[in-house]
Design a protein around this ligand. Structure first.
Ligand SMILES: N[C@@H](CCC(=O)N[C@@H](CS)C(=O)NCC(=O)O)C(=O)O
Length: 244
């Protein structure tokens, strides 16, 4: 695909967003990848290269993130992770564990859409400022009902892992652990009050978040410039008026 790295990641350059779940997998595995849209357009990369792939052609993706590798272009975050995790060493080998990991990642996908909808309850193409009243209602329901439901579920998943609560799937670090790390990091940024209130009910998730953050490759990444700070253009946005 590229002389520089076997994997080309395409994602919006200014946000962590859904691309972060793929970045974390590459970073944790210590694998070289090119974050194409963050490179310069003058080098043939940048946003124009990403937009071009979305505009058409054989098997074009609808939306980022997508990854080019092994002569294929693949979109959908959970699908990308399921595709690449075996070669990145981020999922157990047996088929049942892999299906379980994918099931959990699809549940993360569902959660991310609901997080997005707290600030964009009416329409994705409208500004937050144009849907603030609806966002307040949506976020109140998210914080009161949906966030405890999803996090309570993932907490039970960790508690029920036969290999112990340090991992979601099996006995070593998987892409699901990385994603749960990112979910907690993001919710802590966006909804610090709500997360603090829930904290006593999710000890395994909070421990996982700390431990994944200390995995050497992940810790190095988090300190690097490659980790884009959370901001109010991403999925996890901190609007104090939504953090009930
Ligand atoms: N289900 C997809 C969602 C992809 C998606 O919504 N991407 C966002 C950025 S995080 C986007 O650019 N959407 C453009 C659009 O929906 O028009 C996934 O999990 O990857």
């Amino acid at each position: 695909v590229s002389k520089e790295a076997p994997y080309l990641l395409y994602y919006w350059p200014g946000i962590q967003g859904r691309g972060e779940f793929v970045r974390l997998a590459f970073e944790a595995a210590g694998t070289a990848y090119v974050d194409v849209a963050r490179r310069s357009a003058s080098s043939g990369m940048g946003l124009p290269a990403m937009m071009k792939l979305m505009q058409g052609g054989v098997r074009a993706p609808l939306a980022p993130p997508f990854v080019a590798a092994h002569g294929e272009l693949v979109a959908q975050t959970a699908h990308i992770l399921q595709w690449l995790a075996p070669e990145l060493g981020l999922v157990p080998k047996d088929a049942k564990s892999r299906r379980w990991a994918h099931q959990l990642q699809l549940t993360v996908t569902d959660l991310l859409l609901e997080v997005h909808d707290t600030h964009h309850p009416l329409a994705t193409h409208l500004y937050y400022e144009d849907q603030k009243a609806a966002a307040r209602k949506r976020a109140a329901a998210f914080v009161a009902q949906r966030m405890p439901k999803f996090l309570g579920y993932f907490e039970r998943v960790l508690a029920a892992n036969p290999a112990g609560p340090a991992h979601a799937v099996g006995r070593s670090l998987s892409y699901v652990d990385l994603s749960l790390f990112q979910v907690i990091a993001g919710l802590r940024y966006a909804f610090p009050r709500a997360l603090a209130r829930l904290a006593p009910a999710i000890p395994h998730l909070l421990t996982l978040n700390e431990r994944v953050g200390r995995v050497p490759n992940v810790a190095r990444y988090l300190k690097s410039k490659r980790r884009i700070p959370f901001n109010e253009n991403g999925i996890f946005r901190h609007y104090p008026e939504l953090d009930h």
